[in-house]
Each structure stands twice: as structure tokens, then as C-alpha cells.
Write a protein that binds this ligand. Structure first.
Ligand code: FAD
Ligand code: NAD
Length: 396
């Protein structure tokens, strides 16, 4: 019998943890494991709001894959997935290469959810990759430089953040922290800078604990963020945004942080999806395909009350670990274990040294939440790269 081929698409949280667990569990001759990723590095998506605002270098959120993966055991292919042909058991890459598989793992992450809102794809930025956040940071700095040459253009100093979910809140906090430094560097009067966080729902962080939400809003307001709650953005233009009530905000920088959907490649490849996500079974298999597994933001799983779990790194990691173990079992003819996430809580940063969190039933505010978030980051770094990576990357 020939060696089974396992093909993993995406080296994000889900795909990376699947790879690392397979690497640990299987011997060299038990399976041919291939990992395809756009870049030769893994990025820590949960930190991307920092380099986007410019409070941390983009490089800090990158981890070269050859530092964490045993390249003798895993065939790494740096390429972009173009399409999946599940009937033929093949994947086509941008290079034109076609890879075949016996088992497929889809971990291609998400795309921004634009809800079909006009102009977002053309004129708004999204915090979604290292390259995307480099562009946001450069653009923000360029707007300060441009303002100095066209001082009537206060829209260059106006920043709109669309959505007050966790991404919008974390980025707003980080941006507010960066503004004083930029004002000093470019000799700009800080009172001219505006950061609007615009949220369609009747509250920031809908569904989160109201006391923690109110703490977060208060901290960000004190840093200079103006919230427009219960206000939907209905259009993005080259000049800024148009709100549902018809009001226009002139802003040269719009960062869209109003949710995600599964990577469009999955839907385009013919899988049945809801908001781009495949409703997987208890073994993370795609309906109709016993050999296709989906992890992370491309997968849709439900809790006991029938409500979908939100797409988070926490769940992607757990799915990757469980799937790596299950695939090893499958290869050895052993039984697979059903997957159930064990949620540990939610932690969000509000800029340097500030945060909010809910761990079990315990609410965390300010420094204790920020420290807990650092501890959770450390745990993740240790998991993927041991003590060395944790020590190299941690920022206190
Ligand atoms: P990703 O981590 O996005 O990885 C996808 C991988 O696939 C990437 O390596 C990408 O390069 C690659 N890829 C994509 N398309 C292709 C292609 N066509 N070909 C080849 N490779 C491709 N969640 C939490 O639980 N806690 C947090 O604190 C938290 N903070 C966040 C902060 C921010 C600013 C953001 C934006 C998100 C945050 N999240 C957080 C959510 C979390 O980051 C995602 O749920 C998580 O990254 C999903 O993991 P994934 O493996 O599905 O995809
Ligand atoms: P989200 O879906 O959690 O929040 C998006 C927000 O945008 C919502 O509050 C929504 O009401 C609002 N919105 C939608 N359309 C709008 C419009 N037209 N105008 C104005 N507001 C609009 O999305 P997210 O914040 O990008 O998070 C994506 C996922 O990543 C979530 O599952 C989240 O939990 C996770 N995440 C977690 C953390 C953390 O744990 N620290 C940080 C970032 C993201």
C-alpha cells in the first residue's frame, strides 16, 4: 500500500497546530505530509492591531515556519491556493502546480465581511495579514505627512474604524496610543486628530458583559476615541463614509473591522457554506467528504444550544490539535475522537497596559486583563515554538 498523502492548506492557527500535532504523532514513513501557505512564515493574527497602528513592528508578529516545523518531516510549499477539486482530490496552486491528496485539511482563514456595502473593497483597509497591516501603518504616517503640506485637509487626520467588535476596539485603543507620538513627530496639534469608532449595534462589543463593555468604552473615550453607537456605515467612498442616516464623515483612512467570513476559495470550490464557513461534523469533516477536514475560521461549529461559535484563534488552535491527533489515529486505523471546544474565556487589549477580560465567571479589568492576555500569548508561543520562541517574542 502506498503512503497516505495528507495535504494541509494554510499555516494559520488551525493549519499550523494540525501540522505540529501530526509531526509529533507520526513517524517519517507513516504519511506524506504537505503544508501549503502563501508565505514562509506564520503570523500571529491576534497581534495584528498593533503593527497596523504602528505601536509594534510588523516583523514582531511573524514566525518563520522553518523555526517551528521539522522540514524533514513536512514538505513545505510556499504558494497560494487557487482552488480545490474535492471530487478529483486535487488542489490547484497559483504557480499552476496541482497537488493530489488522500486527506485534505482546509485552514485558509477568513476574508473581511463587507455585507455587500458599496466602496468597502475599494477604499477601506482591513487588518488581515502582515502585508495588509504594513500598508495601514504606512498610510497613517503618510496622511500626517500630507496634512503638513495641505493644512486645510483635516480629513487626512480623521480616522474611521468600522465596527466595535473585538477587532475594532483593539485597533481603536492601539491607534489612540500611537496618535500622540505621530503628532509630536509631525508637529501636528492633537486636537485636530479624530478617531471615530462606528458601530451598527446598540452597544459596543455586542453580547459581551455590559460592565466590561462600559469600562472599555470609558477607557477608549479618555484616550480620544469618539464612539458612534447604533450607527451603521452604509457606503465607503474615496472621501470617507456615509452613514445609514445619510450623514457623511470625511476621512482619508477607513479601517473596516466589522466581521469576517470564511475564505472565499472554499465557497468557490463548491463546498456548502454559511457566511463562507463549512458546517463540519464532530470530526471536523466537510459534509459529503470523509477525507476533507476544515479548521479555524473556515469551519462552522455549534454549541449545545445550537448557536454558532465565533471564529477565534482559541477555537482554531483546539481544532488543529484535535485534528492532528485524529488524522494520526485515522492513518493507524484507530478511532477518532469527537471535537468539542473547551472555552477558556475572552481577553481584549485596550492599548498599552489596559484590557478587559472574562475568564470563567471572573471579570478582569485594566492591568490584570492586560497581563492575563500576555500570559495567554506566552502559552501560545510556547506551544508552537517552545521556551526559545516565547522568550524571543514576549513584550512586557
Ligand atoms: P489564520 O490564522 O487567518 O491563517 C490562515 C492562513 O492561511 C494564513 O497563514 C494565510 O497566509 C494562509 N492563506 C490564506 N489564503 C491562502 C491561500 N489562498 N493560499 C495559501 N495560503 C493562504 N482570536 C482569539 O481567540 N483571541 C484573540 O485575542 C484574537 N485577537 C484578534 C485580533 C485581531 C486584530 C484579529 C484580526 C483577529 C483576532 N482573533 C482573535 C481572531 C483570530 O485571529 C482568528 O480567528 C484566527 O486567526 C483564525 O485562525 P485560522 O487558522 O482559521 O486562520
Ligand atoms: P465581529 O463580528 O465580532 O464584530 C463586528 C462588529 O461590526 C459588530 O459589532 C457589528 O455589529 C459591527 N458592524 C457590522 N456591520 C456594520 C456596519 N455596516 N456599520 C457599523 N458597524 C457594523 O468581528 P471582529 O471584531 O472582526 O471579530 C472577528 C472574530 O475574531 C470574532 O469572532 C472575534 O471574537 C474574534 N476576535 C477576538 C479578539 C479577542 O478575543 N481579543 C480580538 C479580535 C477578534
Amino acid at each position: 500500500m502506498s503512503t497516505p498523502k495528507i495535504l494541509i492548506l494554510g499555516a494559520g492557527y488551525g493549519g499550523l497546530l494540525t501540522t505540529l500535532h501530526l509531526q509529533k504523532k507520526l513517524n517519517y514513513n507513516e504519511a506524506e505530509i504537505t503544508l501549503v501557505n502563501k508565505h514562509n512564515y506564520h503570523y500571529i493574527t491576534t497581534w495584528l492591531h498593533e503593527p497596523a497602528a504602528g505601536t509594534a513592528p510588523a516583523d514582531h508578529a511573524r514566525v518563520p515556519l522553518d523555526q517551528i516545523i521539522d522540514m524533514n518531516k513536512i514538505n513545505f510549499v510556499k504558494d497560494t491556493v487557487q482552488s480545490i477539486q474535492p471530487e478529483e482530490r486535487t488542489v490547484t496552486l497559483d504557480s499552476g502546480n496541482v497537488l493530489s491528496y488522500d486527506y485534505l485539511v482546509i485552514g485558509l482563514g477568513s476574508d473581511p465581511e463587507t455585507f455587500g456595502i458599496e466602496g468597502l473593497k475599494e477604499y477601506a483597509f482591513s487588518i488581515r495579514s502582515i502585508n495588509a497591516v504594513r500598508q495601514i501603518r504606512e498610510h497613517i504616517e503618510y496622511m500626517f505627512a500630507k496634512y503638513k503640506n495641505e493644512p486645510h485637509r483635516t480629513d487626512y487626520l480623521t480616522f474611521v474604524v468600522g465596527g466595535a467588535g473585538f477587532t475594532g476596539i483593539e485597533f481603536s485603543g492601539e491607534l489612540a496610543d500611537r496618535i500622540p507620538e505621530l503628532c509630536q513627530e509631525f508637529d501636528v496639534d492633537p486636537s485636530l486628530v479624530k478617531i471615530y469608532n462606528i458601530e451598527a449595534a446598540p452597544t459596543a462589543l455586542p453580547g459581551f458583559d455590559p460592565e466590561l463593555v462600559s469600562y472599555a468604552v470609558d477607557i477608549l473615550q479618555k484616550k480620544g476615541v469618539e464612539f458612534m453607537i447604533g450607527t451603521a456605515i452604509k457606503q465607503c467612498t474615496p472621501e470617507g463614509v456615509v452613514l445609514a442616516n445619510g450623514e457623511e464623515i470625511k476621512a482619508a483612512t477607513v479601517v473596516w473591522a466589522a466581521g469576517v467570513r470564511g475564505n472565499s476559495i472554499v465557497e468557490k470550490s463548491g463546498f456548502e457554506v454559511m457566511r463562507g464557513r463549512v458546517k463540519v461534523d464532530e470530526f471536523l469533516r466537510a459534509p459529503g467528504y470523509d477525507n476533507v477536514f476544515v479548521v479555524g475560521d473556515c469551519a462552522l461549529i455549534f454549541n449545545d444550544e445550537g448557536r454558532p461559535y465565533p471564529p477565534t484563534a482559541q477555537i482554531a488552535v483546539q481544532e488543529g490539535e484535535a485534528l492532528g491527533d485524529n488524522l494520526a489515529a485515522l492513518i493507524r486505523g484507530e478511532v477518532m475522537m469527537p471535537f468539542k471546544p473547551a472555552l477558556q474565556g475572552s481577553l481584549a487589549s485596550l492599548g498599552k497596559g489596559e484590557g478587559i477580560g472574562m475568564v470563567g465567571t471572573k471579570k478582569l479589568f485594566g492591568t490584570s486583563a492586560a497581563l492575563m492576555k500576555k500570559a495567554s500569548d506566552l502559552r501560545y508561543l510556547y506551544k508552537i515554538g517552545g521556551v526559545g520562541l516565547a522568550l524571543k517574542k514576549v513584550r512586557l
